[in-house]
Each structure stands twice: as C-alpha cells, then as structure tokens.
Design a protein around this ligand. Structure first.
Ligand SMILES: NC(=O)c1ccc[n+]([C@@H]2O[C@H](COP(=O)([O-])OP(=O)(O)OC[C@H]3O[C@@H](n4cnc5c(N)ncnc54)[C@H](O)[C@@H]3O)[C@@H](O)[C@H]2O)c1
Ligand SMILES: O=C(O)C(=O)C[C@@H](O)[C@H](O)[C@H](O)COP(=O)(O)O
Ligand SMILES: [Zn+2]
Length: 353
C-alpha cells in the first residue's frame, strides 16, 4: 500500500493547493456532510483553485455510513461527470473519510483522494492509515477496503466549531494511542484536563497521536499483525456501538471505544498482569469524562454475537483481542471465551456504576 503524506498545516490554503496540484486531475469533488457543509466547506470553497469544485453533501453520523449513502455518492459522481482522473476531497469526520474514502476507492475502480479531517477523531485516527468502509448488516465497517488518501491535511482550526462530546470521542482514540505507545505519553493523556482544554497542548498531543498511528501502519498496513494494536478496545467497543445503533440510540464511536477499553484493560490485567495502579487511573479518567454506556445483562448474548463477527477473529467460536501487559507492551491474537467476555461486561457494570 502506498504511504500517504500527512501534513500538519501552517496555512491550509497553500498546503491544500500543493496537495491538489500534486494529484493530477480533471475535476475536483468535495464530499461534506450536513454539518461540515455549514462549518467547514465555506472555509475552503473560497480558495480560487477550488472555484469549479463540485460539492456532494450527505447526512450526518454513523446512521448514514451505509450502502444507501454510498450509492448516493457513486450516483452523484457519475451524474456530475467524474472520470477516473477526478479527485475527491473528503471534508469531514471519520464518517465522511470512511465512506468517501471507500466511494473513491471503488468508483471506476479507484480515483485519487485527499482527506481533510474536521473532527479530533478524524485527525488522530480515521483519516490516517487507509482503512475505509461502511457499516453493513448491523456490523461496523463490515464492507470496506484499505485505500489511503494521497494527502491528509491536519488543521486544528476546524476544531473550533466541534462540540464537546465529539471532542471527547476523538480523545478516546488518543488515549488508546497512549496505552499502546509509552508510559510518558499515556501519563500526559490521563493528566490532561478535559474540562479546561489547553488547545495549544492539545495540538501538540494530536501530532504525537498521529505519529503513533503512522508508525504502526507503516509496519503493517494491511493488519496482518501489529496493526491489530490499533484495534485495542474495539472488540468490545464495536459491539457496544453496534448494539446502540441497532436499538436506535447511537453512541459516538469514541465513547464506545472508551467503554471497550475499560473491559479490555481489565482483561489485560487478569490475563497479562497489566499494572493495577495504571488500570485504576485509566478507569477513573474514563469514568469521569465518558460516563457509562447503557446495557444490561439481557444484552450480553447480543453483544457476544457482535464480537463473533470481529474482523480480527480467525477460528470460529474464538473472539480475538489485543491485550497489553504494560503501557506499550502489546499482545495481539489473544482470545477470550464467552464466560471471560461476560466477566468483562460484569466488571464494566460494577465499576462504571
Ligand atoms: N478508518 C479508520 O481508521 C477509523 C478510525 C476511527 C474511527 N473510524 C470511524 O469514524 C467514524 C467516527 O468519526 P467521527 O468521530 O469523526 O464522527 P463523524 O464523522 O460522525 O463526526 C461527528 C459529528 O461532528 C460533525 N462535524 C464534523 N466536523 C465538524 C466541525 N469541524 N465542526 C462542527 N461539527 C463537525 C459531523 O457532522 C458529525 O455530526 C466512525 O464511523 C468510526 O467507525 C474510522
Ligand atoms: O486503523 C486501524 O487499524 C484501527 O483499527 C483504528 C480504529 O480506531 C478504527 O475504529 C477502525 O475503523 C476499526 O477498524 P475495524 O477493522 O475494526 O473495523
Ligand atoms: Zn476506532
């Protein structure tokens, strides 16, 4: 897989102009959702080199990360004259870069794309590393492709209009990057005051977080091995997210991942000896900032069924987990039984109140 260029922008207009010029194209399309259409598109549509760009706007959030929206984007590309030489700019959060990335990867077998992430989660995680896709059959990212954007442009200025819940959602993936990297990075993240955000400090942490992701993706772009570390918290997290979507009460991805990390850190402690004090501090941070994901023991069977579809699984009946024995000491391809999983869910309920 070709490596993408991640640019921390000094001046968005210049950096985007360079990225657009680098990618030979006949026509530019900009994919937005109904919020980035209002908050972000006006910032870039005035750039002279985008004066003929065609905007395609889709509905917001994961309820729209589906086949119907994907077909709508393909249709718009087709009706509005896209060719294999056209360029797509995905302007939005992870929902837009995942779906837009997959639309671009599949339209006429693939057109070029640039990601401009506008959420914290998009900046530190979704826009980087080439995973694209949609939810299908009630399962997260069930259909997709590894398809990196040519360039990813990071401009934290977009965060000014982002609401607190979505900021926290992105922060959960940063915390994941801390847990799988090193104690110093983790300690800075759990010490960060999310009630009085220091945006200068946050911007520096965004850069560090992207480095953690890029360093892992570079080693294993197609998730054959170490990239499974980036899925820490997601075996259980995706099950929480799928259950909430199914029940018509969607929760933000990062909140589901934060809850998933509580379960998987607890299991890391039991199975791998992850230190008790670091477990306590991380749980405390998550409890204070993210609250509790709603489920009861009547949901355990359904949650387990979702986990049986996790993409990391290989043998039937065995659910695959990434665990850590210390901050940064990663153990991929660990498995847990149904009883172990129910124990993790019990622990979550008891600890999170
Ligand atoms: N491909 C990957 O590696 C990867 C990694 C992590 C998450 N994901 C996926 O990303 C998705 C979640 O992404 P997300 O958290 O960015 O959510 P999102 O894209 O749904 O955006 C969250 C909300 O913020 C709005 N928004 C976006 N930018 C804004 C801005 N600058 N100002 C105001 N509002 C703005 C959006 O319209 C939306 O309402 C999930 O589908 C998840 O599965 C993918
Ligand atoms: O980049 C990766 O690899 C990740 O696993 C990052 C995750 O944060 C992200 O949510 C990803 O979309 C999960 O992918 P999936 O393969 O578990 O669907
Ligand atoms: Zn994630």
């Amino acid at each position: 897989m070709s490596m993408q260029e991640v640019v921390i922008c000094n001046q968005l207009e210049n950096d985007l102009k360079k990225a657009v010029t680098k990618s030979e194209h006949d026509k530019v399309f900009v994919l937005t959702d109904e919020h980035t259409h209002v908050f972000c598109f006006p910032i870039i549509c005035r750039f002279p080199f985008l004066k003929n760009a065609v905007e395609i706007c889709i509905g917001v959030e994961d309820v729209h990360k589906n086949l119907e929206t994907l077909a709508y984007v393909w249709t718009q590309l087709s009706l509005k004259g896209a060719t294999r030489r056209s360029l797509m700019i995905n302007l939005g959060g992870g929902m837009v870069t995942d779906l837009g990335g997959f639309a671009a990867a599949t339209f006429k077998r693939g057109i070029s794309m640039i990601n401009i992430p506008t959420t914290l989660l998009g900046m530190v995680d979704a826009s980087v590393g080439g995973k694209t896709g949609i939810n299908f059959n009630g399962l997260k990212n069930e259909i997709g492709a590894f398809a990196p954007a040519e360039s990813v442009l990071i401009d934290c200025g977009f965060l000014k209009s982002l609401d607190r819940e979505n900021l926290l959602s992105g922060y959960a993936e940063m915390l994941k990057h801390g847990l799988i990297s090193n104690a110093c990075h983790w300690s800075e993240l759990v010490g960060f005051d999310l009630n009085r955000i220091d945006y200068g400090c946050l911007q520096r942490l965004v850069g560090k977080s992207i480095e953690v992701k890029e360093q892992i993706v570079r080693q294993d772009p197609f998730e054959k091995g170490i990239r499974k570390a980036l899925n820490f918290g997601h075996t259980v997290g995706h099950a929480f997210e799928s259950l909430a979507l199914e029940n018509g009460r969607p929760i933000l991805h990062g909140y589901a991942v934060a809850a998933g990390m509580v379960c998987e850190l607890y299991y890391s402690h039991l199975r791998m000896g992850f230190p008790k004090e670091k477990l306590r501090q991380t749980l405390q941070f998550i409890k204070e900032n993210y609250g509790r994901v709603a489920f009861t023991c009547e949901d355990y069977e359904r949650l387990y069924a979702f986990m049986c579809h996790d993409k990391k699984n290989s043998a039937e009946g065995k659910v695959n987990f990434t665990l850590i024995s210390e901050v940064g000491d990663i153990h991929i391809n660990q498995t847990a039984t149904q009883d172990d999983i129910y124990d993790m869910l019990d622990f979550y309920s008891e600890t999170m109140g």
